[in-house]
Write a protein that binds this ligand. Sequence first.
Ligand SMILES: *Cc1c(COP(=O)(O)O)cnc(C)c1O
Length: 391
Amino acid sequence: MRKVPTDRWLEIDIDAIKHNLEQVKSRLPEKVRLIAVVKADAYGHGAVAIANTLYQNGVDFFGVSFLDEALALRQARINSSIMLFTPLVHEEQVIRALEKRITVSITSPYDCHLLDVVSRRMNVKATVHLKVDTGLGRFGLNGDEAIEVCQTLQANSGIYIEGIYTHMAEAAANKKTYTRKQFNRFMNVIDELKRFGFKIPICHCANSAVFLKYPEMHLNAVRIGTLISGQLPAGKFVNKLELIDPYKFKSRVISLHTLDKGSCLGYNRTARLRKEAQIAVIPVGYNHGLAVQVANHPASWVDFLKRMTKSILAYFNLPRFTLKVKINGCEYPIRGKVFMQMALVEIPLKARVKIGDEVEVPVRKTLAAKNLNRTYLKSDKMEEQEQILYG
Ligand SMILES: *Cc1c(COP(=O)(O)O)cnc(C)c1O
């Protein structure tokens, strides 16, 4: 069957991923290992393609949240270390993880017991990292549990405790107090374990923000996702890296018509044209992740006020606060309510835009629809501009 073109697709620049990896490596001390985090489909870029690129460029350790993510990488013949950040609950999950040589996290006495029982029965080797909770309040062992777990696992000759790690709650924030407190708690747990005779080779606590801001916390490994995917963590940073965003959400103009000054736009008539203009329709709506926000509680009063101010300014259509798309290199604002599967774009009368023109849409990577076609762009010195489709 002939392939019918689609009006929504993602373009992922593989060279940008490589570039970002090199940037991270340039800050990585020699003895510090890189654990490349490719959870959530490599932050929307496509886990298998991104992991393959990283693997071919020397990355030998990956981190993901869930078992199915790890299995997908194995299926794609990524034979390096892959570690899981979340605990496994069912026996069958542990069996599958061990069969596929996935490095598991021990976050509680429950996990410890389950792994102990299953690995003895299967009579296989298992590699584990202990997860310590130092103040994120998600999951992890406390100091006493860490000792208890080490004692249990040491009695099992099939289990290798390769690592111990923790995760920071606000490393991107300006104030360093809490991050330092978490770090000290982590080091105390490690010291206490040493006193009990447990020396664990790989200690790690750095995500992208910690990696940039706290070189003294690199320890033996860093877990980096955000930087490789071309973004700085939210917050202020001095030691910036030169990163390239590899991600473009593309669509096309599917309709274009001129409307009079004063015309209403969209449901509930929330927008109205101040002058005659062209209205382009793009087939991208909130169903695809456009204008979708993560509805978290504001971090502070200041954060709350910032959000309020943004909403107010956006209400008055101030250019800096409206969503914009890019067509032929120029930016144009989205007007009116974003529809379920479409949105309206205001284009000045004189601008030259045609039906079928490509549109770059500001969809948040990790919230974009999962079923979009991804095109991976890769220019080699030999074959410049060649497009490689991984499917
Ligand atoms: C997502 C995640 C990371 C990576 O964090 P970035 O800030 O994206 O680099 C590291 N560790 C754990 C446990 C994570 O869940």
